[in-house]
Design a protein around this ligand. Structure first.
Ligand SMILES: NC(=O)c1ccc[n+]([C@@H]2O[C@H](COP(=O)([O-])OP(=O)(O)OC[C@H]3O[C@@H](n4cnc5c(N)ncnc54)[C@H](OP(=O)(O)O)[C@@H]3O)[C@@H](O)[C@H]2O)c1
Length: 329
């Protein structure tokens, strides 16, 4: 297999001092791809030159991915310090003492001494069964509470103090939630993971983070065409069919998915596209090294935002909440 030299892949420097590649690979099988399929892709991606992986306990595949990391280190395909590994604490592990327990399990599953970044996956302790229907509700679900979140965050800070994680971060935040939380964080988040793709650019949240030295990581960078059914709505925009994306893809002679990847990296957020298919994940990394979009194309895409959130999070709603918008202030 031809490998991409990871050295020319641009990196960002986080506020925590760590270096992070400008693109990574997602590992959520979207209820569609089994742990073995995802871990096989992670193995192939390491060989291909990926150095950043976005994992999470809730993806149910950290054991298999851990086996791949261990084998890659043992066979000297890559060194531990060359990889940037993200994981996340799930919503049912926000309680006192639970974050460290969850992190311990992740470290055991991934066969690591530390993760490079550990994120609070959602700002609510609202659990739902894996694979549940979109209208499923947990009667114990509650609205966002800054006090409760800060108790969870204090455990994240302790995990960093203990050297078990190099950077800590948040995910699925809003400007309002960050405004409320940041003054009370002893250690500010070094990164915030958020949904970002051409039809959902979140310029306010993106700019808010950049201004404060918080690195945005963009999930669903291609518009997550294989996302779970519970996350699909008839009005959703398909990024790879947007006229602006199609016309740029045509003039570069590339797949529209690669336009989304190039846009993300050139804009300054870190996309974490997922695919178990060699051809696709190889092309995604290759895309950041060649044939950049022009300023005019970047501008055309900036103007193409449709404010179309795909991962609405409705399964996290509490009783009495009006609709999914309540999760996003
Ligand atoms: N923090 C959070 O709450 C959160 C939420 C959602 C996702 N995430 C993370 O973000 C990652 C990415 O999100 P996602 O998987 O939902 O969406 P995505 O990366 O936007 O889309 C993935 C789909 O795009 C297709 N694809 C990938 N590369 C392609 C290419 N070069 N050409 C054509 N099609 C291509 C793949 O299809 P094929 O399968 O056919 O290759 C794949 O199923 C996840 O894996 C996860 O790590 C985080």
């Amino acid at each position: 297999m031809i490998q991409i030299d990871p050295d020319p892949v641009p990196t960002f420097r986080l506020a925590s001092g760590e270096k992070i590649p400008c693109i990574g690979m997602g590992t959520f099988g979207s209820d569609k791809y089994a742990p073995d399929e995802v871990s096989k892709a992670v193995a192939g991606a390491i060989q291909w030159g990926y150095r950043l992986f976005d994992c999470a306990s809730v993806y149910g595949n950290e054991v298999r991915i851990g086996e791949v990391f261990a084998k890659a280190f043992k066979e000297k395909i890559v060194r531990r310090d060359e990889l940037f590994i993200i994981s996340k604490v799930w919503n049912d592990m926000h309680g006192r003492g639970d974050v460290l327990l969850s992190l311990a399990k992740t470290l055991k599953d991934l066969q690591l001494d530390y993760v490079d970044a550990y994120l609070v996956h959602w700002p609510f302790p609202n659990y739902h069964e894996p694979g549940c229907a979109g209208d499923a509700r947990n009667p114990n679900s509650v609205p966002f509470s800054p006090e409760r979140f800060l108790e969870t965050w204090a455990q994240m800070e302790r995990a960093k103090d203990a050297g078990l994680v190099r950077s800590i971060g948040m995910s699925n935040m809003t400007v309002h939630k960050l405004e409320t939380l940041l003054p009370h964080c002893r250690i500010a988040p070094a990164l915030v993971e958020m949904e970002l793709h051409p039809s959902f650019q979140q310029p306010e949240l993106f700019n808010y983070c950049v201004k404060r030295g918080i690195q945005p990581i963009g999930y669903c960078p291609i518009g997550s065409p294989n996302r779970p059914e519970r996350d699909k709505a008839p009005e959703d925009v398909i990024d790879t069919e947007m006229p602006e994306v199609l016309s740029i893809a045509q003039s570069h002679g590339i797949h529209p998915a690669l336009v989304c990847i190039k846009w993300a990296v050139q804009r300054g957020h870190i996309p974490i596209p997922f695919s178990v298919h060699e051809k696709n994940y190889q092309a995604n990394l290759q895309a950041v090294l060649e044939d950049p979009l022009t300023d005019g194309e970047m501008q055309a895409l900036a103007q193409a935002d449709k404010k179309c959130r795909l991962i609405k999070g409705q399964v996290f709603l509490w009783e009495g909440a009006a609709g999914w918008q309540a999760l996003w202030d």
